[in-house]
Design a protein around this ligand. Sequence first.
Ligand code: PLP
Length: 374
Amino acid sequence: MSIEDRVRPEVRAMVRPRHGGDVWGRLEVKDFSSNVNPLGPPERLGDYIAEAARDMENYPDDSCAELKEAISARYDVPSSSIIVGAGSAELIRLFPEVFVRPGDRVVMPRPTFSEYGFACRLMGADIVDLPLPESDRFRLDAGSMIEEMAPGTRSVYVCNPNNPTARMLARKEVMEVVSEAARRDIMVFLDETLLELSERDRDVSCVQEVEGHDNLFIIRSFTKSFAMPGIRAGYGFGNPGLIRFMDAARLSWNLGTLEQRVATRLMSEEQGHVRRAVNMLVDEKERMRGEIARITSSKVELTDSYFFFHHLDGLDLSSGQFREAMLRHNVLVRDCSSFGPPCHSYSRFCVKTREKDDEFLDALQLVVDETVGR
Ligand SMILES: Cc1ncc(COP(=O)(O)O)c(C=O)c1O
């Protein structure tokens, strides 16, 4: 028997998901391809890491009690409704491991974050794509999602705001999906990792809804809010009954002592850092929109989030070609072709501080000049 024959069929067909942020070791490149806090990590992050590093000789607390208490205090949700993971990516993997059986229908918008489909495919799910209409700027409509909840559907996925399209649903619309899914015994996986850096977070978040809805699971992350993807820490909310099973199935010691201690300090002491970023972004994304429209001579809609999903029509470049062109000026943007058609004609890039954004805009101007002069 060959190795292929021994491998589960789902694994044999797997292709690893692609992501932005591929700047490793190239300090001269400014990364606009990953959507993290534009202010960077809090100043005291190094101190928190140094303090935590003094206690490496013991196993970490497998229950992550202190960290869960800090999250509980911040969100006013009991610890029994909280699970933590090595990045929210771990929780994206864990959810179908607990709830999805081979052959289950799982509905998700297209395009959306690739890790959902990856994790569900590994469990043998039958993925049903709900194409987001390009003509309506990829708006996800709660009604279309509900229409896709056919018999045999185990779960539906909502990313709010959606990666890569940056469109946001109101809380009322998300809860319409959750309530209708509950009537049909369907679970809802809601990704709010990109919401915390939005000024609409308080109005849109559904975290307070998990107590009353046992079919809802929500993820959030330290990665985006505190700009520290190098330390893997994310968290999730659900009804205690749901969290109990997810906790039973997770990897032991999934968060090291370093991650737990650092994340606890950030959650308890650095909320002001997140608020400063949110306040700064409100005006800066409007300025960026105006400047991008001026430089590219195109209409640019204001984004619902702190990143743009920008059509490259005026430039006559594919997403991959635009990435290469910007990289020649030391700016990295996300090549969106891995999200499938029509994303090969779009690029995703984030909003940062005025100073950093000016470097982005200079590079964009150079690319436009080079393209027009071809
Ligand atoms: C929408 C979305 N959800 C979840 C994640 C995973 O983030 P992390 O594992 O760093 O928490 C990402 C990372 O890019 C993302 O874009």
